[in-house]
Unconditional design. Structure first.
Length: 284
């Protein structure tokens, strides 16, 4: 039987014998470890591990023994076949630079995923995205009075498409606590972040007025606490007194694109594990 490649991702309270138990199980079932990363968090007392291995395709018995291992070690454990592509749903408003970038990376094969739809509170004409092609597009306008009904439709689309990951690619609406709870651990957002931080309208203009020397962006999990979810990826870029607000906006778009793409890549490769209000990211 031809070998297949799998990813094993786990977290549990730290204690002796975890690595030995996992490696022994894989060996006993014909597994060959191709990549292994681990982290012991001294602050939380938790252990995290990601293993990539090849193994004969039929691994039901291994799954059963890994389940027993999870019970013994109080372990959260996930096993993925690398050929199984994650189903991804995008939400976007009028700023389409992040979505355009992700669609392009998907088209050239850089992001291995199945795009199950795009949701926007604006019409497709506003975005003018030729690369959407035949991807299902859902125009769901929203007002203060229709927010709950609109989110009910969003939730229904998420469930019907069986989306593994929901990406807010500059979706300029605050999700309700109910929808955040429904998407716990499978929805990410991108936002500008400055030193110091500027919130509200025209953040780049605020930054320019204060003479900032560095701008940045943050990709994080979505929680009910606005823009305070566990961080997945960040980046910054130096700016100067010579930069206009339009310069900051342009540079900010570039940072947002690359940070969100990096976060999506990590999640598609199962490199991110939640650690309370933080993340463990086994980056490449």
């Amino acid at each position: 039987m031809q070998n297949e490649i799998f990813r094993l991702v786990l977290s549990c309270p730290d204690r002796p014998g975890i690595v030995a138990r996992i490696s022994t199980l894989l060996f006993e079932h014909g597994g060959n470890i191709l990549e292994a990363r681990q982290f012991e968090d001294a602050e939380t007392g938790k252990f995290f591990m990601r293993v990539v291995f090849c193994c004969p395709g039929e691994i039901d018995e291994l799954r059963g023994e890994l389940s027993n291992c999870a019970t013994d070690f109080e372990m959260e454990i996930k096993l993925y076949n690398v050929t199984e592509r994650k189903r991804v749903l995008f939400l976007v408003s009028t700023h389409d630079h992040c979505l355009s970038d992700l669609l392009y990376r998907h088209r050239i094969g850089e992001l291995s995923m199945d795009i199950v739809g795009v949701i926007s509170n604006h019409s497709k004409d506003v975005l003018n995205l030729a690369m959407i092609g035949d991807i299902p597009y859902h125009h769901l306008p929203v007002t203060k009075d229709t927010k709950l009904q609109q989110e009910a439709v969003i939730k229904s689309i998420i469930d019907d498409t069986r989306a593994d990951l929901v990406v807010l690619a500059r979706y300029m609406q605050i999700l309700s606590k109910d929808l955040c709870s429904h998407l716990d651990g499978r929805c990410i957002n991108i936002h500008h972040s400055f030193l110091p931080g500027f919130k509200g309208a025209k953040p780049y203009h605020q930054a320019h007025a204060r003479g900032v020397k560095m701008i940045g962006a943050t990709a994080h999990f979505v929680t009910a606490d606005l823009d305070e979810g566990p961080i997945i990826a960040q980046d910054v870029e130096q700016v100067s007194h010579a930069d206009t607000p339009d310069d900051l906006i342009r540079k900010g778009r570039d940072i947002e694109r690359r940070v969100l793409a990096r976060a999506v890549t990590y999640l598609l490769d199962d490199r991110v594990i939640l650690n309370d209000n933080k993340t463990v990211v086994f980056s490449t």
